[in-house]
Design a binder for this molecule. Sequence first.
Ligand SMILES: *Cc1c(COP(=O)(O)O)cnc(C)c1O
Length: 422
Amino acid sequence: MHHFAYRNGVLHAEDVPLDALAREVGTPFYVYSASTLERHYKVFDAAFSGHDHMICYAVKANSNQAVLKLLGDLGAGADIVSGGELKRALVAGIPGERIVFSGVGKRDEEMRAALAAGIRCFNVESVPELRRLSEVAAGMGRIAPVSLRVNPDVDAGTHEKINTGRKADKFGIPFGEAGEVYALAASLPGVEARGVDMHIGSQITELAPFERAFARMARLIEALRAAGHGIHHADLGGGLGAPYHGDNDIPPHPDEYAAMVERTLGHLGLSYIIEPGRVIAGNAGALIGRVIFVKETDGKTFVIADLGMNDLIRPTLYEAFHHVRPVREPAAGAEMIEADVVGPVCETGDYMARGRMIPKPERGDLLAVMTAGAYGAVQAGTYNTRPLVPEVLVKEDKFAVVRPRMEAEQIIALDRLAPWQE
Ligand SMILES: *Cc1c(COP(=O)(O)O)cnc(C)c1O
């Protein structure tokens, strides 16, 4: 479910026609639907309403201040993976007690900042991190609340680059060593184990891998409690998929996910922390661009748009599928062509879609790359000195530029000549 639809022959974000928006802000740009973000958050929250829980939105999926403010105002916490994201969450008004800190490489100053902010929990991913956090916290006279991120050795069945819960992945503490590491945590100053954490991957479209992981988690928590550890919460990570393919291929509903969690962990009387990212933001956004040229070569058509892999890297990084829709609704019976939709970046990997059947576009037509609200703008870069594109938040018939377009001069101004060149 989302709020992008054709009305009067034009694709709209809520009540805002995207052709008019493109005239206003230029292309390319990201557009997010506030109502979709709100709806997804509420559906997820409602799914867990029967149980003590906190939703810590995974900031890395879409960290625009306006998005964080919207979700924070609804009650969301934040799952952060860097000191920069900590600052973003705090500036957006999400209080420390609703923040959890994940990631394999936390630096001392990031630990200190998170301790100073009084975050809810550190999700600790290794023994060296546990020891270092103990030293840093003890040095500040603080107790760091921790969960150990345990790697359940479960294959999430998702793309290689977003599969995180297998033995060979860099994330978490091996399942078989968890007992020892909790014992170590109990012996160290400055840390107190409160929970167990798992995050097995992203864009997971079946419940079975989650269920295998959470069943292992339940057994681990029982064993930890039997060994005298006070385990109060289960951090379930994120990972539930977004519907990239539209209505044909919909991942499990949050209600089914929550029911499965209850089935596997419900008897333990835990509170839950859940870290959804993509499922909240994914189909709440689109990337809008304009066709520059339509190029026909021997047997192939390239639709060359102003959308580059620097704006949206998902297609080339994860072989991700995104629907590419014309902003002007194609007439019934419009000519369809098979084309590669590519950008201007000087890389063969610079594409939005390959071998895709689309209504034949013309130079100047607007295209919408759908389901680009998560891991889109946040992964954008300035390769080829292409400025970061604007982000626009739409709410009913209102829109606001929540990140203005960067200018090439701003990129260039970051450089300095060496003194001997002046
Ligand atoms: C990326 C990430 C998430 C969010 O994953 P989604 O697939 O976007 O839900 C949650 N927790 C951790 C630790 C992550 O790294």
